[in-house]
Design a protein. Structure first.
Length: 229
């Protein structure tokens, strides 16, 4: 399924034998079903500490890494963290940033917009959840020695891969929280990542706490989000 050749080495073309065409009825059913499933996804902020097998995380990361990317450079790196000590370091550093954010960095308008979500600087889920996935975007890579090769459409590519990761984890029956402690530079230090990597976001992954509550908020309707011409 996965081509073992590094990107760039694949050459030429081959038939697209993976494609599966559905007839119109199956297609409509499939589209409705995926819409229904994805609409069950909610960000949660209280996680059970129940373990999630590493193999599940591995499959979801490979699903994410099937995302399209600029010049097929696949400019993403995922750090999957289950080590309690590393999670604790991340929680401490994230809470320090969040205290500054909620204390004086965020504008009143931003805090007002966040009020319905009930968030604050307290982030116990960073230690409770069995997995944190730190997503890094690679702005460039070293090619032959020390020559820097620039990547294209990095934010778009990593954003797409992250969306696919969230969908894959959800389909696997897991809950996620898309967490963006800001600034996130501490992730590079705590995780010892290279200068070419920039923290993109931190995904919290696991089972929701059994009695978890979610904000009673709605999704936009089709006319609010789409225009057909
Ligand atoms: N990073 C902060 C604040 C925050 C910002 C947005 I935009 C959100 O949608 C949610 C939270 C935090 O994680 O609390």
């Amino acid at each position: 399924m996965n081509d073992p050749r590094p990107p760039g080495e694949a050459s030429g073309f081959r038939p697209y034998h993976e494609y599966r065409r559905l007839d119109p009825e199956q297609m409509a059913d499939a589209a409705r079903a995926v819409c229904e499933r994805l609409n069950r996804r909610r960000s949660v902020r209280a996680f059970s500490s129940e373990a999630v097998p590493r193999a599940v995380i591995e499959s979801c990361l490979l699903a994410a890494s099937s995302a399209p990317s600029g010049a097929n450079q696949q400019p993403w790196q995922f750090v999957a963290i289950s080590d309690p000590q590393v999670k604790s370091q991340i929680r401490k550093a994230a809470e320090a940033e969040e205290q500054r954010f909620y204390g004086d960095r965020a504008s009143q308008a931003w805090l007002d917009d966040l009020a319905p979500l009930g968030t604050d600087a307290h982030k116990p889920f960073l230690e409770d959840a069995p997995w944190l996935i730190a997503i890094f975007s690679e702005k460039w890579h070293f090619e032959q020695g020390d020559e820097k090769k620039k990547h294209y459409y990095v934010t778009e590519s990593v954003g797409i891969a992250t969306g696919m990761l969230i969908a894959a984890l959800h389909e696997a029956g897991l809950a996620t929280l898309t967490h963006t402690p800001s600034p996130m530079g501490f992730l590079r230090e705590v995780l010892g990542r290279g200068a070419q990597e920039r923290p993109f976001l931190l995904l919290v992954v696991g089972y929701p706490e059994p009695e978890v509550q979610v904000p009673d908020i709605a999704r936009k309707t089709l006319p609010q989000i789409a225009t057909f011409i």
